[in-house]
Design a protein around this ligand. Sequence first.
Ligand code: IPM
Ligand code: MG
Length: 357
Amino acid sequence: MYKIAVLPGDGIGPEIVPEAVKVLEVIGRKYGLEFQFTEALVGGAAIDAVGKALPEETLELCRNSDAVLLGAVGGPKWDDLPPAERPETAALLPLRKGLGLYANLRPAYLFPALVDASPLKREVVEGTDLLVLRELTGGLYFGPKGREKEPDGEKAYDTLVYTTGEIERIARLGFQIARQRRKKLTSVDKANVLISSRLWRDTVNRVATEYPDVTLEHMYVDNCAMQLVRQPRQFDVIVTENTFGDILSDQVSVLTGSIGMMPSASIGGKVALYEPVHGSAPDIAGQGKANPLATILSVAMMLKYSFRADAAASDIEKAVDRVLNKGYRTPDIYQEGRILVSTSEMGRLVREELEQK
Ligand code: IPM
Ligand code: MG
């Protein structure tokens, strides 16, 4: 039996997470897997209920589970809190750090039915199938930071720090993932300016000697941002530091038609965490407009990476593919002539496909 911590969080989180949980229930019946779901508070919802964005019980529950399913955290209601109390910095980052999740996998696969849903030209996006591997517990997010008074204003700083060990482990994972895909790894840095990027590049080059079957290339982050929208098919696996990965993965999501299509897995510790790449989307929360597919695809990643249930994972991906082929669309991927559905209808359609085949 697998114990899953369920953290719906804020905004659209409580709408999309139940759809993915119900998908897992169907999968459980179909593949003879037993899941035990335990819900817990996180983010703004936890601040409102118990005064703390990441309650100790929530972190404990996650530590004692086999996997964590997270919706999203944050929203305008908590935006003016000091950084140490905000949902993002007081819940999400400590959760990642506390669980030792140094690697964030963000696959960008364009389902063929959505080629015209992307604002980019069909010729450009067609065939997109890449994965951003983002370092998740180092760099600017976690380096020394501060804000101090100066005689004529203030001074603020964040520090981009990496150690050899931190770079080695994410690089190794990058090579291993590339090895299971099309065997190409693009390491993204800013080695023409940043000293931390020099260490990054030297370290990746050293690790590369262990993976002679994988083609390694280095790319500056500014060039990568351009290449991603110019010719995304050139990429297989992109490995990069925390902040670059944050920025590039939002950009990459446009290649999939909508950020509502992009799942993620954060791994590296004993317990992995699965969450959609999009945030809490407060502007559409509570209206049944959110796309649950990123979260449903995130539980497919959970089945693959945490439970080694590859067949069940690809069953979900194929069910999503069939639902899209039949023309069903949430508002974010809607185009004329297609069938507009709500969050819960989209979830139900995926489950029906799973039950039929
Ligand atoms: C993400 C998000 C988070 C991040 C925010 C909400 C702290 O943008 O998961 O990409 O910056 O990592
Ligand atoms: Mg982000």
